[in-house]
Design a protein around this ligand. Structure first.
Ligand code: ZN
Ligand code: ZN
Length: 236
């Protein structure tokens, strides 16, 4: 069996040498991932951040906004600032089904954060059925599934349902985004875990994750974390 595995591995390496995957950002050949190592190294990692909303901070642990008005979630973790090459990488995941991006980001996310007490369940932000039909897949579910597999915890995409078809948020300011997302989700199950992490691709105003967290809290979840790939530098 071991021999067979290493043979498969060798064959894959050889195949990748002959037919390399071009890096999504710069076009150079990559052997394993969607991005070359150079582009991965240049992604803007969030080093110090607010523990409640994941916004990058120069110093301290909680940002001024969260001190004044704490968000529903207890902890927020994100991986990259939503700037430089990150928007391009995220749209490759969101619109072109680049599963390897979800894979790479899940691995980097785990490397970057010391996850001590793990949530019981990961809940990806659901898409409305009409959006899901249009796009064919949910990018947050791809990321959540990779994380769940690496951390050996459960990913449950059916606990939370998007019951409201919300307008595209790109043209809206933070206040409008919150109004747009009001009552967008419904918790569907009798089973209520104690500790969950909501998984989303990008956190901008935080309106989406805020509304999902509110619904989870209403259902009885005690500890809520929000894990995202990228954090835009604007506040909720
Ligand atoms: Zn590259
Ligand atoms: Zn904050």
């Amino acid at each position: 069996m071991a021999n067979l595995l290493s043979l498969t591995q060798q064959f894959r390496q050889l195949y990748r040498k002959v037919f390399p995957i071009p890096c999504l950002l710069c076009g150079l050949p990559t052997e394993e991932h969607a991005l070359c190592q150079g582009c991965i190294n240049e992604l803007p990692l969030i080093k110090q951040h607010c523990l409640r909303c994941a916004i990058p901070l120069a110093s301290g642990h909680i940002c001024g906004q969260c001190l004044k008005k704490p968000p529903v979630q207890d902890i927020s973790l994100s991986l990259y600032r939503y700037e430089q090459t990150v928007p391009r990488m995220m749209s490759a995941l969101k619109y072109h089904r680049q599963v390897q991006i979800a894979d790479l980001c899940a691995r980097e996310f785990i490397k970057q954060h010391s996850l001590n007490s793990l949530p019981e369940v990961l809940i990806p932000i659901p898409l409305h059925t009409s959006r899901l039909r249009q796009r064919g897949y949910n990018q947050s579910l791809l990321f959540a599934e990779k994380l769940a597999a690496l951390l050996n915890i459960s990913c449950q995409p059916n606990l939370l349902k998007r019951i409201k078809k919300t307008a595209n948020q790109t043209q809206l300011n933070a206040k409008q985004r919150h109004k747009n997302m009001r009552h967008a989700f419904q918790y569907l199950s009798e089973f209520v875990p104690e500790h969950v992490a909501i998984i989303d691709d990008v956190m901008t105003s935080g309106a989406t994750t805020h509304e999902a967290a509110r619904e989870l809290k209403r259902a009885g979840v005690k500890i809520i974390e929000v894990w995202t790939i990228a954090r835009a530098i604007s506040h909720y």
